[in-house]
Design a binder for this molecule. Structure first.
Ligand SMILES: [Zn+2]
Ligand SMILES: [Zn+2]
Length: 314
């Protein structure tokens, strides 16, 4: 099944490149960047695929069980812009690839000394026999990293200045997952990419990891009246669980429900709130209006200004 998509992806990438882009590059005498353009098509197609998967899962749920009526379509269009820019601009994958080439050149340097960088499978050789278990452990470790990155986004004022772009949305939908400041995306990509490399995620495993994690994340932002029940709420982040994090009263350092995939981190570190059965309004009352309803560029600009006005160590 996965091999089928891989083949389809490779042929589509080749077809788009050869029929649409190669002739243009040739005509404008830019064939020397052909490899980079091909790589970008490769990632962008994956981005389109990830958006399709999310849309197919989340859109029907939003239509069936909305929390609130849509009152500001323009705000949603801004979030769609965020999603397209992020997924097609390929920040996470790009960071991973650049780090991956960094790692291989580092390994090349160390090869003479006989040193091999340790990974999860070096410490637990049995994992080589069970790729599914390895995949799950990778997700758990990466999710632990995401929980702490998110805690710090709320903890440090300079980081909050950037993360408040994400929290300013009053019309939250599954498109809101990618509503982040561009600098925040870069930080997130390096955070995630570094952990992925340290534990030995290979470039081949990365797309599926990314797809699974981002699907749950997008769904948790959906305008969907859905909780996973008494036990389920403790196993996987639901739209109810993450909406509590985005609620107008929970914004700031007294936050709750930081987990991205597994609420267990919130239980362990004392930030879980499983008792809210209401679906609060979302948004950040302290944020300037432009951060909530401005266009993409205005929000980026306001985010940057808020960052620069704050001392970096605060
Ligand atoms: Zn947050
Ligand atoms: Zn969120």
């Amino acid at each position: 099944m996965f091999a089928f998509f891989e083949d389809l992806h490779t042929s589509l990438t080749g077809w788009i490149f050869e029929t649409m882009l190669q002739p243009v590059l040739y005509a404008i005498d830019m064939m020397d960047i052909a490899d980079e353009v091909l790589e970008w098509v490769d990632f962008a197609l994956f981005g389109v695929f990830s958006i399709l998967v999310i849309y197919i899962v989340c859109r029907p749920l939003e239509a069936l069980r909305p929390v609130e009526p849509v009152s500001n379509r323009r705000a949603i269009r801004t979030d769609i812009t965020y999603t397209l820019l992020t997924r097609l601009g390929i920040f996470p994958l790009l960071a991973f690839v650049s780090l991956s080439s960094l790692r291989s050149s580092l390994e090349g340097l160390l090869a003479d000394t006989g040193f091999i960088a340790p990974t999860l499978e070096t410490f637990f050789p049995a994992l080589r026999e069970s790729p599914l278990l390895t995949f799950f452990i990778y997700i758990v470790i990466l999710d632990f990293g995401e929980y702490w990155r998110h805690r710090l986004q709320h903890r440090f004022q300079w980081w909050w200045a950037l993360h408040s772009v994400h929290h300013a949305q009053r019309q939250m939908t599954f498109w809101s997952d990618d509503r982040n400041h561009i600098l925040d995306e870069v930080l997130a990509a390096f955070w995630f990419g570094t952990i992925a490399l340290l534990i030995g995620v290979t470039p081949a495993q990365f797309p599926l990891l990314f797809l699974v994690m981002r699907l749950v994340e997008s769904m948790s932002h959906g305008n969907i009246r859905l909780s996973f029940g008494r036990i389920g709420e403790r196993l996987l982040v639901s739209p109810r669980f993450h909406r509590a994090h985005h609620g107008v009263l929970s914004v700031g350092s007294q936050g709750q429900n930081y987990a991205v995939l597994f609420p267990v981190w919130d239980s362990i570190f004392g930030t879980a709130n499983f008792h809210i059965h209401a679906y609060p309004n979302t948004g950040d009352p302290a944020a300037p209006e432009a951060l909530a309803t401005g266009n993409w560029l205005e929000q980026q600009w306001v985010g940057l200004k808020r960052l620069l006005r704050r001392p970096p160590s605060a």
